[in-house]
Design a protein around this ligand. Sequence first.
Ligand SMILES: *Cc1c(COP(=O)(O)O)cnc(C)c1O
Length: 380
Amino acid sequence: MNKSMSIKRNILLNPGPSTTTDTVKLAQVVPDICPREQEFKSVMNRLRDDLLKVVHADSNEYAAILFCGSGTLNIDVCLNSLLPDGKKILVVNNGAYSTRAVEICQYYGIPCIDLRFPIDQRPDLNIIEKTLQENQDIALVHTTHNETGTGILNPVREIGELAHRYNAVFTVDTTSTLAMRPIDILKDNIDFCMASAQKGLMAMTGLSFIIGKKKIIENSRHNPKRSYYCNLYRQYEHFEKTGEMHFTPPVQVIYAAVQALKEYFAEGETAKWERHTWVFNALHAGLERLGFRNLIKREWQAGLVISVIYPDDENWDFSKVHDYCYEHGYTIYPGKVSQTNTFRLCALGAIDKNDIENFFKVFKKALEINHISIPVKYNT
Ligand SMILES: *Cc1c(COP(=O)(O)O)cnc(C)c1O
C-alpha cells in the first residue's frame, strides 16, 4: 500500500472528532498483531506515560487508564467507580455535559446534587461552598472544564480548591480542553481528568482515557461495584498486573494515538495552544465581519468553541447553510442549547490560517445563495 496516497482533506469545525493529519490516519495501517503480545503492551505503556506528560502528572502519583469507547464512557467510569457507599456526588452544572453527568448518576441510582447554574453564566463559587458546607456527605465533586455545548470555561482550579477543602475528590470532564488548553493536573487541583483521543489529541475515535490519582483509585476498590465493564479500579488493576486492557483494545486506533502524541510533542504545548487561539480569533473575526452574535461573553469563552446565535432573517436555514459548506469540505455544527437557537464553530484539530480564510469564502457564499442578508440582522 502506498503511504503517500492522498486523502481528501475535510475541515471539521464541529466540536470533535477533529481534523487529523494524514500521518495520524495512516498510522492505523499496521501489520496485524495480537494485543496480548509484549510488543503491543509496550506500545500501550509508552502511550500511558505520554498521556501523563500532557497534563504534567507525576508518574509516581498518577496513572493513565485507557478504555475502548467514546468520551462519555470516562464520565460514567469516574462517577460509578469513585463514590463510597453512603456518600453523595455534587455536580456543578452549567451545561449539557454536566447534565449528562447528572443523568449517569440517576441511571446508577447514585445520590447526586444537581447544582444548576444558567448555561450562559459561570458557576457561583459561594453557592458551591455553601452546598459543600450543608452536605458533609459529598465525597465527589464533578464539573466540566469547557462546556462544549456553549464554549464557556469553568473555573476548575477554584472549584477544585473548594472540593479539597471539604475533603471531596474532584473529577473534571476535560474532554474538550485536554491537549489544547494547557492543563497542569496538580496546580489545577484536579484529581481526575479525562478525554477521548479524537478531540485535543487529533487522533481517532474509539479510545478514551482517564488520568488520576493512584491512591484514590486504589482506595476505590472498597467502593460498591456498580458496573462490570466500566469500573476504574478493575481496569487499573489489570493494567498494573499485566500491562493490558482488561478486554480487547482498539488496536489500530491506539497506533494512531501514538502517532498523534508524537506530533503533539513535536508541535509543543504552547505552540499548539497558540495555533488553536489563532484559529479561534480568526473565527471570531470572520463572524463579526458578517454581523453574527455570540451567546457567551467573549471573556468567559474557553477559546475553542463559539456558540453563534441564529440571525433573525426569514431566509436563515441552518441546514441549507450547513449543506453548502459540507459539499465544499467544511463541516459546521448545530448548537446544544435548548432555549436559544445556535450553531457552533470550533477551533479544534489540525487546521490553520488558510483553512479559516477559505472557510469564510465558502460560508459567505452559502449566505449569499440562500439570500440571507449580510451583515446578518437581529431584531433586538
Ligand atoms: C465530546 C465530549 C464528551 C464525549 O462525548 P462522546 O460523544 O461520548 O465522545 C464528553 N464531554 C465533553 C465536554 C465533550 O466535549
